[in-house]
Design a protein around this ligand. Structure first.
Ligand code: IVH
Length: 689
């Protein structure tokens, strides 16, 4: 790679990894797996070794994470909190073993321990009393979270027994048990539901795994709140000026005697083969543990030998971690089925012989589209490896060709819709197949009605998916406009099947009928932009719907608009314009809209919304961050009503950052670095008045 290309790549990787560190440590919401992070980090390390003069001062390769949070007192670590080198293969582990042997000969043993997936903590004891607990932070200083750690029942505040040093630090991992996580996340889900969040928002807000939940909890300012979210802690390393034993394993035994919780899964291994047995054993066992682990930590046992091996700039040379890869399992493809979405998009699904994977039974895996089937070169009854990472749905990673039957036929993609038998189409440049029978294909019709009643659309929450399906089966509704014809007499006592079980029936009673009719009636007040979104036009999400509504003011003007006119609106473009014109060219859709019009649905912007609109901010982009005297949504609306654009992240092309109270320091720094004007709420108000 030449120098210019290397610089570009190093800059990009540095920026990406810094963002991932921030997502992981500060937000507790990582967007990539540890493995993916390590791959990027290794790539950066390699490039930096080749081009040392291009290394950034704050390169993520030079730092140990970084989870310092505002609001906590910072404390310097007496002994820096280092991380460990990672390996993912037995080969790399053998290399580690060779390095150790080269340095200290072969007369030594290892301790193999589980690598708990939580947050590192350093706790100081004086005269047997817990005096301070500090997070890893940037490795040299961290947050003082003593009050929070004191809520953890397994961390002793007063040591028992004897022989502990006057002053020492003990390191360990704070984590949350899987069961606790599931229970608390479930309660949190209920709370969000009550607050009216929809499924997607809830999914975004819920903690993704026990580690994130533990991290979010440990960083709370109110320890009374922390105490309600039980955390746990395993201790695994003692630092003291006078060592308490000759070996790490002996120290663990001592720590246990003094009242610390030490994991029962630590083993002394005489050589690297025994370490590998330990690794393989726990790879199988890890699902049955009550907490999550992400690997195994291997430490040279004798302190004298640890001292001899010493440290690199970042890691001890006497320890390493072996990280488990996402778990995968072999299963056989039984058949491929095709799901039809509300827009007619077809998703192929692999139906597999049920297998256990990471604690759950896997029966299906998504195949995404025809290209994916082609990539895997899937044949009938193939044996496939299925992988599950984090909370993601299982996917097929590869095919075991050795197990393929010689006569097996290659999978050919469905030609017709599985629901209505209409020939499927695949437009040029698109990955998905579609069923074009928009107004006659049952899952599309029901799906469109479900979308129409959704919270962000017409918000008819007294109608659920099951009722919609029931009303459709009974022939009472064929499209969403029919909802407005429903009467009390039609609905009362109506019986329909619920779910796949034919025997399970539901019958509508007075109260739910009243609620349904009120909900439908109330939806007539929903503003035009949301109605436009509710129509379910392909590629018209909330943002595009808003843009169209603002630009055209009435549905009649959108219907009359040419494809070019629509495409010329800022950030709309040809593809969306095609979909919009296609939708309104269909007579059936126009009939539905005419019916909605007759029923009093908002198909034009409100007069006051039309009046308050200016183009004072035309073509200017804004990012709103922090808290203001008005709500952020109101502020965003003001931006839009005056022709400006709201964006979600800082980039070179951003015109203004409107900074409120409690704005994140990262954003401020990034905007300053990029020279983006930062304005206050008052300054913004002056711009529009
Ligand atoms: S020993 C110098 N033992 O993994 C030795 N670490 O990348 C320091 N961890 O920061 C660590 N389980 O947060 C050690 N049994 C274990 C561990 C463990 C989890 C974490 C810890 C550390 C990171 C190393």
């Amino acid at each position: 790679m030449d120098e210019t290309a290397a610089k570009l790549k190093i800059d990009k990787l540095t920026e990406e990894l810094t963002q991932h560190n921030y997502n992981y440590y500060i937000l507790s919401q990582p967007t990539i797996s540890d493995f993916e992070f390590d791959v990027l980090l290794k790539e950066l390390e390699k490039l930096e070794a080749e081009f040392p003069h291009l290394v950034h001062i704050n390169s993520p390769t030079q730092k140990v994470g970084g989870d310092i949070t505002k609001g906590f007192k910072q404390v310097a670590h007496k002994y820096p909190m280092l991380s460990l080198g990672n390996t993912y293969s037995e080969e790399e582990l053998n290399d580690f073993d060779d390095r150790v042997k080269k340095s200290i000969g072969s007369n030594f043993n290892y301790v193999a321990e589980l690598k708990f997936d939580g947050l590192a903590i350093s706790i100081t004891y004086e005269k047997g009393q817990l005096i301070r607990a500090v997070t890893r932070g940037d490795g040299t200083k961290g947050d003082d979270v003593t009050a929070n750690v004191k809520t953890i029942k397994t961390v002793p505040q007063q040591l028992k027994g004897e022989g502990y040093p006057d002053t020492f630090e003990i390191r360990g991992e704070i984590f949350m048990h899987r069961k606790t996580f599931e229970k608390l996340n479930d309660e949190y889900r209920q709370e969000l539901l009550l607050k009216g969040y929809d499924d997607d928002e809830i999914k975004e807000r819920l903690y993704k795994n026990p580690r994130n939940f533990a991290s979010g909890t440990l960083k709370m300012q109110d320890s009374a709140e922390v105490a309600k979210r039980p955390l746990d802690c395993f201790l695994y390393f003692i630092y003291s000026d006078n060592q308490v034993a000759d070996s790490h394993y002996q120290s663990l035994i001592k720590a246990k005697e003094w009242g610390f919780q030490v994991s029962e899964h630590a083993r002394v291994c005489q050589n690297i083969q025994e370490v590998m047995d330990f690794i393989r054993f726990y790879d199988k066992q890890r699902e049955s543990l009550s907490f999550e682990i992400d690997g195994v930590v291997i430490k040279v046992n004798q302190y004298a030998q640890q001292l001899e091996l010493g440290f690199t700039a970042k890691n001890p040379r006497w320890a390493i971690s072996y990280k488990y890869k996402a778990q995968s399992v072999l299963s056989q493809l039984e058949k491929i089925t095709y799901q039809v979405g509300r827009t007619g998009a077809i998703t192929p699904v692999a139906n597999l012989t049920p297998v256990q994977l990471a604690g759950t039974t896997v029966k299906r895996a998504s195949l995404y589209n025809a290209d994916e089937i082609e990539r895997l070169d899937l044949h009938e009854n193939d044996w496939v490896y299925v992988e599950k990472g984090g909370e993601i749905i299982p996917k097929i990673v590869s095919v075991n060709l050795l197990k393929r039957n010689v006569n097996a036929l290659k999978i050919t993609y469905a030609l017709n819709c599985p629901e209505c038998n209409t020939p499927l189409i695949r437009r040029e440049g698109e990955a998905l197949h579609y069923c074009p029978n928009e107004n006659g294909c049952q899952p599309q019709l029901i799906g469109k009605i479900e979308h129409f009643i959704g919270r962000r659309a017409m918000n008819i929450d007294s109608l659920g998916s099951e009722t919609v399906a029931g009303l459709y089966q009974k022939g009472l509704i064929k499209n969403y406009a029919d909802l407005y014809d429903l009467t009390f007499d039609q609905l009362i006592g109506l019986e329909f099947e619920v779910g796949e079980d034919e025997k399970k029936k539901r019958s509508l009673k007075d109260k739910s009928v009243d609620n349904i009719l009120t909900g439908i009636n109330e939806s007539k007040k929903v503003p035009f932009e949301r109605v436009l979104f509710a129509l379910g036009i392909r590629m018209v999400g909330e943002t595009v719907a808003k843009k169209l509504a603002k630009h055209f003011i009435t549905i009649d003007k959108i219907i009359a608009a040419t494809r070019e006119e629509i495409a010329s609106i800022y950030e709309i473009g040809d593809k969306i314009a095609d979909q919009v014109t296609r939708y309104f060219a269909d007579g059936a859709n126009i009939n539905t809209i005419n019916k909605l019009k007759l029923k009093g649905i908002q198909l034009a912007l409100h007069e006051d919304e039309q009046l308050n609109r200016t183009d004072k901010l035309a073509a200017k982009s804004f990012l709103v961050s922090g808290t203001f005297t008005i709500s952020r949504d109101e502020l965003k609306k003001l931006i839009e009503n005056n022709g400006g654009r709201n964006v979600g992240s800082i980039s070179k092309s951003l015109n203004y950052l409107i900074a409120g109270d409690k704005m994140g320091p990262e954003k401020l720094k990034k905007a300053t670095d990029l020279g983006i004007p930062i304005i206050s709420e008052e300054q913004f108000m002056e711009m529009i008045h």
